[in-house]
Every structure is written in structure tokens, then in C-alpha cells.
Write a protein that binds this ligand. Structure first.
Ligand code: EPU
Length: 290
């Protein structure tokens, strides 16, 4: 199989913020077997290799990436039902499948559990690695198994007992074990109920910017608090550095107004963080991956 490689590729084309320097090369891959082949070859050759999904929760630095970047592209194979018992249905889905398509897929089958994820961009693999969530729920709560690809090109299978998920973190967050497929347990419900829950979760996102380039929430919510509320109270909305501006709609989003650099975004992050530290004595942690 031939993989179209692009050399000296600006990473700004490959993340939702639209920023970041040059990578040695990028290559789109969809299949598990091609992924394994490339990882094995690169570990033999000693190249640094990174994996990126839709790039919806990352900040690529202006200095670029000294290595190759695999772009995990939309895997065309749909989720499959592995088994079901009572109202529970276990499905298997590949890491490159877009999360929004998985939400649609499950809603169409009256399968409840993923409604909270409506509106979250990214791939299933990225969502599991970062334990994506909203409203106190996260995808890790549903995960029953994970298959990963290791540095040497072999696969590992993780059962529920091996998996510890925490708020926006998983055993795969470090990027060493790459998630290639995932098992999720959903529950069969009624069409009305699933759609009602979907509308409920969609309505909670109304205050978020939709038509600008962002990477979702920049900071994690501190225990018991809301980063967005604190940033807003600290007067961060509308603050800008270069082409980056704190959203006027939701203070935990930073928008690229067109020509922002990663450096602009990092400077703005520092300003916001120190404002919140001064006003609330809270040190906000990053939610995005740098
Ligand atoms: N608020 C303000 N001003 C703002 C932003 C928020 O007053 O500028 C207030 C809101 O009115 C609300 C409270 O702060 O009373 C909490 O805000 P919101 O409901 O927007 O929820 P959040 O805690 O800021 C979380 C997740 C989002 C997720 C939403 C909706 C984190 C860091 N954020 O936001 O996740 O979309 O709930 O379900 O956990 C992300 O992970 O990238 C992300 C955006």
C-alpha cells in the first residue's frame, strides 16, 4: 500500500486552531495494519513519530515538529456490535472514526450513553486518549476495552481492569501507546429518550464559540470550580495578543482571529492564568495538549 507523504508540512493545516510550525513530514493513515507497519519501520529507523487525530485539542508550537506526524484519518469502517445482554450493547469502533459520527450512529440505534459527547470534535482515539467529556461525564466511563499499538509495532489489549481514567486523562495520554480500537458499552433505550438527552447536552454548549478557530476549552476546571466563570470574572474576555483573543462568548476559549501564532496563544494563556491566580489564588491547569 502506498501512503501519500508530504514533506516539510506546515502543521497549521492540521489542527483546529490553525497554528504551529513545520513538521518533517505528515502522512494520513486509516488502517490499523498500515499504522503498525509504519510504526515498526520508524522504530527501526530511529525516527521520531507522532500521532494526531483531528487536532482539535492541541497546540502545536511555532518551532514545529522534529519528526514525522501520522494523521489518523476518518476510518470508513463503521462501528460493530460485539455482544449484547439485557439492555447493554457492547460495540467496537476504530480509533480513526470521528466522534461526531459515532454519536450519530448510536443515536440512530437508540443506544444511550454518548449523548454528552454531542458537539465534541475529534476522533474516537483522541477522545479516549484524552478522556473527553462534558458535564461530569466522560468517554472513559463507557470504555470496556482498548487495543493499542506500541513503539515496537506490536499490539496490546487492555481490559477494563487495566484502565484508569481520570478527568481528561487516560493511560494513553502520553502518546506512547497509540489507541487503535475501543470497546464501549452503551444501553438500549427509546428513541424519544435518547434524542431528548441529545438536545439537553447540545443546549449546554450554546454559549460556546462555533464559527471561529479554537481548540475547545483551554484550561481544565479546577476541583469544584469553573475555569470559564473565573476567567470571565477576572476580565479575560476580549483580551488579545497578536492574532489570538479570549472569546467574548466563553472565556475558556481562545480564538485565532486569522494570523495568530502559537506564541501569541501561549502569551495570552500566561496573562489569563496570572489574572485568575491574582484574583482567586487558583493555578489553572491546561486542558489542551501542548
Ligand atoms: N461562565 C461564565 N462566563 C464564561 C464562561 C462560563 O460566566 O465566559 C459560567 C457559565 O454561565 C456557567 C459556568 O460558568 O454557569 C460553567 O460554564 P459552562 O456551562 O460553559 O461549562 P464549563 O465548565 O465551562 C465544561 C467543559 C466543556 C464542555 C462544557 C459543556 C471543561 C474544562 N469544560 O465547560 O468542555 O463543553 O462543560 O458541557 O471541563 C473542552 O473540554 O474542551 C470543553 C469545552
Amino acid at each position: 500500500s502506498r501512503i501519500p507523504v508530504r514533506f516539510q508540512e506546515p502543521m497549521r493545516f492540521w489542527n483546529t486552531w490553525g497554528v504551529g510550525g513545520i513538521a518533517k513530514a505528515v502522512m494520513p493513515i486509516t488502517s490499523e495494519s498500515a499504522l503498525a507497519e509504519v510504526r515498526r519501520a520508524s522504530s527501526d529507523a530511529g525516527d521520531r513519530l507522532f500521532i494526531l487525530g483531528e487536532g482539535s485539542n492541541v497546540l502545536v508550537l511555532d518551532g514545529g515538529i522534529d519528526g514525522w506526524v501520522i494523521l489518523l484519518r476518518d476510518d470508513p469502517s463503521p462501528p460493530e456490535i460485539v455482544r449484547s445482554w439485557g439492555n447493554s450493547v457492547e460495540i467496537r469502533v476504530s480509533a480513526g472514526y470521528p466522534l461526531r459520527r459515532l454519536v450519530n450512529w448510536s443515536v440512530r440505534r437508540r443506544l444511550s450513553g454518548l449523548e454528552f459527547a454531542v458537539g465534541i470534535p475529534g476522533t474516537v482515539g483522541g477522545a479516549v486518549a484524552g478522556n473527553a467529556g462534558a458535564q461530569g461525564r466522560s468517554i472513559g466511563d463507557l470504555v470496556s476495552f482498548v487495543r493499542t499499538l506500541e513503539v515496537d509495532g506490536t499490539f496490546s489489549d487492555w481490559g477494563k481492569g487495566d484502565l484508569t481514567f481520570a478527568y481528561r486523562s487516560s493511560p494513553f495520554a502520553g502518546g506512547t501507546s497509540w489507541v487503535t480500537s475501543v470497546g464501549l458499552v452503551l444501553s438500549l433505550s427509546s428513541d424519544g429518550l435518547v434524542r431528548q438527552r441529545l438536545r439537553h447536552f447540545a443546549s449546554l454548549r450554546k454559549g460556546q464559540p462555533k464559527n471561529s478557530r479554537t481548540a475547545g476549552c483551554v484550561f481544565k476546571n479546577p476541583p469544584g470550580g469553573s475555569a470559564g466563570l473565573m476567567l470571565d470574572s477576572a476580565g479575560c474576555k476580549g483580551l488579545s495578543v497578536g492574532g489570538a483573543m479570549v472569546s467574548r462568548e466563553h472565556a475558556n476559549f481562545i480564538e485565532n482571529l486569522g494570523d495568530a501564532t502559537s506564541d501569541d496563544i501561549l502569551k495570552l494563556i500566561d496573562i489569563c492564568r496570572s489574572r485568575v491566580r491574582d484574583q482567586f489564588g487558583v493555578n489553572l491547569e491546561l486542558e489542551i495538549k501542548v
